[in-house]
Design a protein around this ligand. Sequence first.
Ligand code: NDP
Ligand code: MG
Length: 381
Amino acid sequence: MKNIALLGATGSIGEQTIDVIRQHKDQFSLFALAFGRNSQKAIPMIREFQPEIVVVGSEQVRNEVAEATGHASIFIGEEGMKAASTAAEVDVLVNAVMGSVGLPSTLAAIRAQKTIAIANKETLVTAGHIVMAEAEKYNTPLIPVDSEHSAIFQALNGERQEDVRRLIITASGGSFRDNSREELEGVTVRDALNHPNWSMGAKITIDSASMMNKGLEVIEAHWLFDMPYDKIHVLQHRESVIHSLVEFKDKSVMAQLGSPDMRVPIQYALTYPKRLSFDDTESLELEELSKLNFQKMDMERFRCLKLAFDAGRAGGSMPTVLNAANEQAVAMFLEEEISFLDIETLVEKSLQEHKSVSTPSLSDIMEIDKETRERVKRYVK
Ligand code: NDP
Ligand code: MG
């Protein structure tokens, strides 16, 4: 039996993690559950799974949850999430919060040597050098949940890093894959939220439409697999059947295929190095796939992808700025305060005006993250 601490339980990955736990109640137990505001979604989960620890985003939400469930151990905010992630009983932390708010809990869990199933990619983008150094120091495994990284992890299958020629990350292309740049000018939030292949949280769906998600994933892959940026390639693959590939130095290519169902990589991260059967997901009907398409990425069309490669290569505090500016800009787009193309403009401007710190400490990162969000707000004003 594995005890799981789940951060971001009310989100898209969170709910799907709950579903995996529900299907294997003999294998997994939900020990701790954390969320921000959505008590409507969380209350039935708390009733069903009776976690020992509940963490919420505010005093008001704590009162709502306490009243509805009578739960005795409800914590608030970052300190609560860290306590949930490091409790002695916890075996695996699933970090599925959205954004760099997930960073302190990831670091705390690394130091407590908890296996981490990491969905929260912003943590690796904003502070990859710190997260990976700590994971190595404490010998703590980080198992990817992101489908592309789970695919690469499976394709690598423990092979030596120096035997890899390149990683090939596939991209569905997001909601606007068939639109020209001109057509992107008037797009609405609703258009952007309409992803062709995956159903996900709002922020990552916008990131998929802008291709920033792929950019964040390139940086995530750089850190998780210790791979230089020149060896990370991105290809558009509209079917989302091949979740990513690894080419080795003998030109042999390993790919991981499957239906687009996030519960599969979530479950794998929970069971690794073993697998459990999964009856509720579709088997890939290979005979129905007459053709798989691959296309080179157009870096001018998808400027955010280029910005991410550039920020990744520049290193230092540039990825922190990329991520924070993007989080702020996407939040403002979702509030209809800026247009879709403003997202990339604001990110670019933030990067241009930032004086990079070469090896930022954790407090530098927190500071730069905050500063960048303020700066983006000022640009808009
Ligand atoms: P959602 O927006 O659906 O969910 C985010 C979750 O984080 C919610 O439970 C939310 O709580 C919680 N949360 C947000 N801010 C805070 C905070 N300050 N304190 C505590 N909890 C907070 O996101 P997704 O599930 O889509 O994505 C989560 C992460 O997984 C992201 O990093 C994303 O990039 C990554 N990912 C997602 C995929 C997907 O298919 N969705 C695929 C691959 C990676 P509440 O809503 O209650 O406030
Ligand atoms: Mg992904």
